[in-house]
Design a protein around this ligand. Structure first.
Ligand SMILES: *Cc1c(COP(=O)(O)O)cnc(C)c1O
Length: 361
């Protein structure tokens, strides 16, 4: 489609064009039933197939079994998970890795349910690195990690060993963008609007044995994971369109070759932009202190002055490159290169960065 912009928004963010087309069709006539996806019961067999497929495809992408893991689709955004996680799994205390604004918000909610041990933090340097010396508590109920820090552009490449303590992760901004050792996690959540679909649905992957053994029974029905696992995300009306789009995006990931192909392409895309940053380090100043911590999803950098940053964003916008303004808490530039961001957009951005450097150095 010729009028499509180059989309670098951090979230909601770019979706595969073919998924948008499928969604347009489902909005007009879902599964040839003669009604819109918005006009049909969530308990119809056609929508049930959407949920079943999405669960199966998510597990297939991660290489997890349905015997061991359950996938559910919830409302409330990743932010609701900040509270639901401790409400369901905290007995006395939990370890949190404080690596950004979202991690901080997650820890804040947990404090309402018990003691939070900051097992590591990079707050002292405005989260521009990932903490390396970590102090886990052997008796913690769980360890909570944010695998990719959307605002600060850092990403855990390998996740620290937590021993026998269950590992729980907010993967909102790199879910299915990189390969992970999925079976190490007892619990994973991801707001869809970064890398999986539209806003309104959060994908949760839970180890069944962990849920059985550890979940608190004393929580409101809607806020218990068990409720949604038992009813396969149909305890109440789920956000049907959001689940549909997420489901089509999972199928797209599989069609593209699964996580091996997706990650390889994401690595290549990120390298194209980081290479330009590193070629002109006095002009494009990467915000992440240690290159090993750099995210391949959200790339963040500064220019010599705020005026140049404003000019960069404005000129990029005039060339149909959108969403490059950094988050308000760090400023500068942020390019989000999620799964559905085409290689062509990344090449256009890198070329623009070269031209902008030459014109303004
Ligand atoms: C965007 C984001 C969130 C918040 O997501 P909502 O769905 O808006 O609540 C949480 N964690 C991370 C890592 C994010 O990137």
């Amino acid at each position: 489609m010729t009028n499509r912009a180059h989309n670098f928004f951090a979230g909601p963010a770019v979706l595969p064009f073919s998924v948008l087309e499928e969604t347009r069709d489902a909005v007009m006539n879902f599964a040839n039933v003669g009604v819109s996806i918005m006009e049909i019961s969530h308990r119809s067999k056609e929508f049930d197939a959407v949920i079943q497929d999405a669960e199966r495809d998510a597990l297939a992408i991660a290489g997890l079994s349905a015997q061991e893991y359950s996938v559910i689709f919830l409302g409330g955004g990743a932010s609701l998970q900040f509270a639901m996680v401790p409400m369901n799994f905290m007995k006395t205390k939990a370890d949190y890795l404080i690596t950004g604004e979202w991690a901080t918000k997650a820890a804040k909610e947990a404090k309402m349910f018990g003691a939070v041990n900051e097992a590591g933090s990079s707050k002292d340097k405005n989260f521009n690195y990932l903490p390396k010396s970590l102090k886990f508590s052997p008796d913690a109920d769980y360890v909570h990690i944010t695998t990719n820090n959307t605002i600060y552009g850092t990403e855990w490449k390998s996740v620290p060993d937590t021993g026998n303590v269950p590992l729980l992760a907010d993967m909102s901004s790199d879910m299915f963008g990189v390969k992970r050792e999925w079976s190490r996690y007892s619990f994973i959540y991801a707001g869809a609007q970064k890398n999986l679909g539209p806003a309104g649905v959060t994908m949760v992957i839970i180890k069944r044995a962990y849920l059985e053994a550890k979940a608190n029974e004393q929580a409101p029905t809607m806020l218990k994971y068990k409720t949604h696992v038992e009813k396969v995300s149909l305890f109440n009306t789920p956000p049907v369109i959001a689940v549909y789009v997420l489901g089509r995006t999972l199928k797209w990931i599989l069609k593209e070759g699964g996580l091996n192909a997706i990650e390889a392409r994401n690595q290549k895309k990120a390298k194209i932009v980081y290479d330009v940053i590193d070629a002109y380090p006095m002009f494009y100043k990467g915000t992440v202190a240690d290159k090993a911590d750099r995210s391949i999803m959200n790339l963040t950098w500064n220019l010599p002055t705020p005026e140049l940053e404003e000019k960069f964003v404005a000129e990029a916008k005039a060339k149909k490159m959108l969403g490059l303004k950094g988050h308000r808490s760090v400023g500068g530039i942020r390019a989000s290169l999620y799964n559905a961001c085409p290689m062509e957009s990344v090449e256009v951005l890198a070329k623009f960065m070269e031209e902008f450097y030459n014109a303004n150095k």
